[in-house]
Design a protein around this ligand. Structure first.
Ligand code: MN
Ligand code: MN
Length: 290
């Protein structure tokens, strides 16, 4: 239940966002939830870590030649989510996504573990029936009933696939999964490299379609992004990720909602993972449709 609780835990906004909600086109909000983390929890601290290091970033992106000062975006803070209450947390996140989408704005959720994407994608699908989901992730996340739980971060895309339908989910950068997950991806042809040409082709073949982008930050190589619960060697460099993000803007991708998940800041005491996550968030904000 959320009655009696403030709607948000107030936080210092990402990069000093100062547009009021009413005038914002993009709405950041934190989903500090890691209730199904199977290996190393801590993603619940992701949103706050992203905000606190964002101070050290410039608002200008040289790659995109764009500045956050020109973008009407706001940061509402963190949803108050009970760590042990999976259905309650998902319901609250979905409710918030519907409210933001209903106001004609773009919800941009900061995780949290990857399961937070499920209610967000459900809400985006209700608002945009032709939704195409782009998943950038080291892991397939296609498991059915992981560790006996019906819903978990390890099966979030299996749930999503059942809702958006075949051909509307594209998985980039996946390099880990079970034999069954790989068979699933091969049968349906969902797997792509996280490389600019592959992203460009996917965007071109879905031109005009509403897009949900879910960025599981562990798609980055653990050398550059060790602060995550299930690191997987052999990943992308940050510069490659940034190029792929830039393509969203260059190709005019119609992104209607998005998330960035799985930063677990305490697993990287250097803080570099949090900075990488914050920089990815800045680039994503600037790559959204004008
Ligand atoms: Mn994932
Ligand atoms: Mn992952």
């Amino acid at each position: 239940m959320t009655e009696g609780l403030p709607p948000y835990l107030p936080r210092t906004p990402f990069l000093w966002a100062r547009t009021p909600y009413e005038r914002a086109r993009v709405v950041l909000f934190g989903c500090p939830f890691d209730g199904t983390a199977s290996f190393r929890p801590g993603a619940r601290f992701g949103p706050e870590a992203i905000r606190s290091v964002s101070d050290g970033l410039e608002s200008y992106s040289p790659l995109l030649d764009a500045d956050l000062e020109d973008l009407p975006y706001c940061d509402l803070g963190d949803l108050p989510l009970a760590a042990g209450d999976v259905p309650g947390a998902l319901a609250r996140i979905g409710e918030e996504a519907r409210r933001i989408l209903g106001a004609g704005k773009i919800p941009f959720a900061l995780g949290g573990e990857h399961l937070v994407s499920l209610p967000l994608i459900e809400a985006a699908l209700e608002a945009h029936p032709g939704l195409v989901v782009l998943q950038w992730d080291a892991h397939a996340d296609l498991r059915e009933g992981y560790l006996g739980a019906a819903l978990s971060h390890a099966g979030v895309m299996r749930e999503v696939a059942g809702k958006v339908g075949p051909g509307r989910i594209l998985q980039f950068g996946v390099r880990s999964g079970t034999r069954e997950e790989w068979a699933w991806m091969r049968e349906r042809g969902t797997l792509r490299p996280l490389a600019p040409e592959a992203v460009r082709q996917a965007l071109a073949s879905h031109a005009g379609s509403p897009i949900y982008l879910t960025l599981d930050l562990d798609v980055l190589d653990p050398g550059e992004f060790p602060g995550t619960g299930t690191p997987e060697p052999g990943g992308a460099r940050f510069a490659e990720l940034a190029e792929c993000i830039a393509l969203l803007r260059r190709e005019g991708a119609r992104v209607v909602a998005l998330d960035a998940v799985e930063l677990s800041p305490m697993l990287d005491p250097s803080g570099a993972s949090s900075v990488a996550a914050a920089k990815a968030v800045r680039e994503l904000l600037l790559a959204l449709p004008a």
